[in-house]
Design a protein around this ligand. Structure first.
Ligand code: BEZ
Length: 212
């Protein structure tokens, strides 16, 4: 049974491209993005890890630490990182877990035997500072993920954690947001959303993004 939203992301100790990592200790009070890929020295994975490295400033702005994983060995990761840096014109600035014994793969259900019985799928978990799983996605080996979408979800999570709002379809940072349906008190609404709101329907109330 895979991890569900709201579950505590399992802690573990595992080797990586930068040495041994104790996961919860390594996360500290930051947000985390743990993502698995099928194998080192493969084309789609090379682009995914290169793109993630280029997003370092965006991850830092949001206090997010990225960590990748496959079942390859740490020395393989270290060799592959040289290729990623060269071909993707970047510097990999996050660790890659070397899950040779599949300890983490088992904890996070990263091997889907009916897709491939030895390689990890492209799963990704967003983990909040309380170590709760806030987003899970799983893509097939043949499809690289959209890491801009991961940033968009993190923006939504960080915004909606601190304001009584939710974000509509295709929302981007700075767009209008919706007032949560449970908030009915007009005095509180006026305090929380001094720029006002427009009610398309009683249950669909749009307001300018409150932290802007
Ligand atoms: C890739 O990263 O390109 C890849 C890995 C495994 C299967 C298919 C593609």
């Amino acid at each position: 049974m895979g991890l569900k939203l709201g579950d505590i992301a399992p802690d573990f100790e595992q080797d990586s491209s930068i040495g041994r990592i104790r996961f919860h200790e390594w996360l500290g009070n930051s947000w985390g993005v743990l993502f698995s890929h099928p194998a080192d020295f493969t084309p789609v994975c090379t682009t995914e890890l290169g793109f993630t490295a280029k997003l370092k400033d965006e991850f830092d702005k949001r206090d997010v630490k990225a960590i990748a994983l496959s079942v390859d060995a740490a020395d393989s990761h270290v060799e592959w990182i040289k290729d990623i840096n060269k071909t993707q014109n970047t510097q990999v600035n996050f660790p890659i877990l070397a899950d040779e014994d599949r300890k983490v793969s088992d904890l996070y259900d990263l091997i889907h035997p009916n897709a491939n019985d030895t390689l990890t799928v492209r799963s990704l978990f967003v983990i909040d500072p309380n170590k709760k799983v806030r987003l899970t996605i799983t893509y097939p080996a043949s499809t690289g993920r959209n890491f801009n979408e991961i940033l968009r979800v993190i923006d939504s999570l960080q915004l909606t954690d601190s304001h009584k709002v939710a974000t509509p379809a295709n929302w981007q940072d700075g767009d209008e947001v919706v007032i949560v349906p449970s908030l009915k008190d007009e005095t509180e609404i006026a305090q929380r959303f001094p720029k006002g709101y427009r009610a398309v329907k009683p249950y669909l109330r749009l307001t300018p993004q409150p932290n802007r």
